[in-house]
Structure formats: structure tokens, C-alpha cells
Design a protein around this ligand. Sequence first.
Ligand code: GLN
Length: 263
Amino acid sequence: MPTGACERRASLKSWVGVAACPVMAAFSRTNVAVAPAFPKGRRRPAEPGAGVHSPGRSIPGVTAQPTIGVLAVQGDVREHVRALEAAGAAAVTVRRPAELEAVDGLVIPGGESTTMDKLVRLFDLHAPLKARLEAGLPAYGSCAGMIMLADRILDGHRDQQTLGGLDITVRRNAFGRQVDSFEEDLHIRELGPQPVRAVFIRAPWVEQVGEAVDVLARVETGPAAGRIVAVRQGPLLATSFHPEVTGDHRFHQLFVEIVKEGA
Ligand code: GLN
């Protein structure tokens, strides 16, 4: 895991289709790259319930180690798989309806929401995803994933659809060109006194929230101060930023707890 801000942004920006550091430009991956099911050299976990096609789901409230899927059509899938494993979940990738059936919760990664939207429909996942979200599947979306979970979108591409579930209005690429990428410490009561290092890359912000939505974090400094960047609505969690790349797994731990509760 790169630790420097430039390296971190460069590795991130490779999956949003831009280069953060000139030297990294050559390494940019395509937007439609499909990540391998598991990182190279890693074996699929062998624990019961960890398999992608395990029959039936674990029982909410009883699950010691929930199986959490990462939507793997595009974006920083591997980073979320690692963060979920570090947070105690069995992480699997999801790109087929049958794989979706087998998970207790779902992460929608950062990446590019317009591409993700197209691929989700191409992979026949749009309707099954919507159906499971409507049925109460716990889900966590980071950045592009937040957009996918939002009921309403501003500055989306023409014809861009979201899966919805969260009663929020998001604005895509809200921070503008000059500040399309930055990092900031955020104080998030639900995660304890230590601030969270939030990495924003061409991030959305939440422009409006419905009554059932809890605001977990707002930008604290600069011209965007006060803008909402983390929310929770029951079993749905979303951040404008990318905890999956910082090595701080508290957001993923919170999500694992939400899944365990079967919230
Ligand atoms: N700007 C991207 C989008 O609209 C999100 C970027 C990200 O996930 N880092 O989907």
C-alpha cells in the first residue's frame, strides 16, 4: 500500500481515469478493467460461508464472519476486499447475479459511476441489485459507490442511472476542477475521537438529505466547509472519500458491524 499522498492519489486516479502524478500517467488502467476475483498470489478464503456460491445466506445477528461482496465491474475493488478482510469479513467479488445472492452485505467501490452504471446493466445486475437493496441488503458506497446508492443525482451524465436506496441528492465532481483531489482530517463521532484521514478524488458531495438520513461527516475547512461527505440511513452507508486506501479500517469495521446486526 503506497503511503505518500502522491503515490496514493496516483494509484487511486488510475481507476477514475486520470493521472494524479505525471510520472504515474503511464500506469493508468482502463476504466472498464475488471479486477481479478482475488489479489494475485492470494487464495480464496476457505472458511465456511466464505465461498462465492455458498448456498443460502448467514443468519443476521448470528453471523460471526459475514460474507461481504464487492461489486467488481469497475473501480478499486481490491482495496475494498483487503479492507473488508482486515475488518474481519469474508470478502468476495460480485459480478454475477448468483454471486450477489450469496452475500450478506455489499460494497460499491470508488471508480467512475457512469461506467459502473453502464456495466451493471450490461452484466444484468441492475435489477437484482435494486431488488436486494430494496429488500434491505446492507450496502456501503465510497465515492462513485455513493453516487450509485443515491436516489437523486446532479451533474450526472445524460441517461445516467443510479441504483438508489439512500434518500440523498449527490452532486457529481462537486469540488470542481481546481480542487479535484485533496485530503483532510475529519472528526466522525461514530468512529471515536481519532480523526479520519479522508482522501477525496473527483468526489461528489451530498447536497440534500431526507429525514431518515444521518449525517456522519462534513468537510471541516476550506471553501467546501460544511458540505456533507458521509451519511448513513439504516443499513446503507456512504462516503464521498476513500477509507479503503488509507489503512484505517474503521469505516469498514462499522459496515461489518452493520452487516452483522442485519440492520
Ligand atoms: N467522479 C467519479 C464519478 O462520478 C467518482 C470518483 C471516485 O470514485 N473517486 O463516478
